[in-house]
Design a protein around this ligand. Structure first.
Ligand SMILES: [Zn+2]
Length: 233
């Protein structure tokens, strides 16, 4: 095996593992943000339902006051009937009482309707609250899980970075630079050959090149993708 091949493969293994774990770690803050977004949506829905319910209660109370006033008005007028001297005034007040009674009965119907609406709204509020509390629990648990995972990843990455540094120092500078260029442009720098072709790009090698690569006794690069080739044995 040519000098440096096994160290290079080991370095690449470290780099690929680092890249994978690093991508996972980088995705975690965004995932936590998305969880919080879900939670605030549920919170907003709950608060909107509460506001609707409060407004409905206010409106209902206003109707009840109106109803109360109409009933009081009719009562007062009813009492006045006994003090009235003229027939015209008497029938005028009677008419007013009649009108207030009609108004009261309309208001009673409205109050009943508001009460039914309040029942529906109270159920909607309870449901929105249930959804919000469940989201709170889920998000809290998921967030903790992600934070624990992130801390573990950061620890593992620190160890891998140290190992990577040590491994890189064992390689020849020229080879290391070539490797770094390939990693940058091709993501993978060292690839095996199999069935007569480069496993990085799929190019078929000449039988002669393939036979030489299989010996692993000097460095070969793929004529198509420039990656360093080796035979996995
Ligand atoms: Zn290739």
């Amino acid at each position: 095996m040519w000098d440096g091949l096994d160290k290079l493969i080991e370095l690449q293994q470290l780099d690929l593992t680092i890249a994978k774990l690093d991508a996972e770690a980088r995705a975690i803050p965004g995932a936590i943000g998305a969880l919080e977004g879900r939670l605030s949506e549920a919170r907003e829905a709950f608060e909107a339902a509460k506001r609707r319910s409060d407004q409905l209660q206010k409106d209902r109370r206003a109707k009840e006051r109106e109803l109360e006033e109409a009933a009081q008005g009719a009562k007062k007028k009813q009492a006045r009937l006994f003090e009235i001297k003229t027939n015209e005034e008497y029938s005028a007040v009677l008419k007013e009482i009649e009108a207030l009674k009609v108004k009261s009965s309309q208001l009673e119907t409205e109050v009943l309707e508001w009460m039914e609406a309040a029942d529906v709204t109270a159920r909607a509020v309870a449901e929105a609250e249930r959804v919000f509390r469940a989201a709170q629990r889920d998000v809290e648990a998921e967030r903790r899980e992600k934070e624990v995972r992130l801390a573990a990843l950061q620890k593992e990455l620190a160890g891998l970075e140290a190992a990577r540094k040590g491994q890189a120092s064992r390689l020849d500078g020229e080879l290391l630079r070539m490797y770094a260029r390939l990693m940058k442009s091709r993501d993978v720098a060292v690839v095996p050959v199999a069935d007569g072709s480069c496993q990085g790009c799929g190019m078929t090698l000449t039988p002669q090149t393939y036979a030489e690569v299989k010996r692993n006794d000097r460095m070969f690069t793929c004529p198509s993708c420039n990656r360093i080739l080796y035979f996995p044995g």
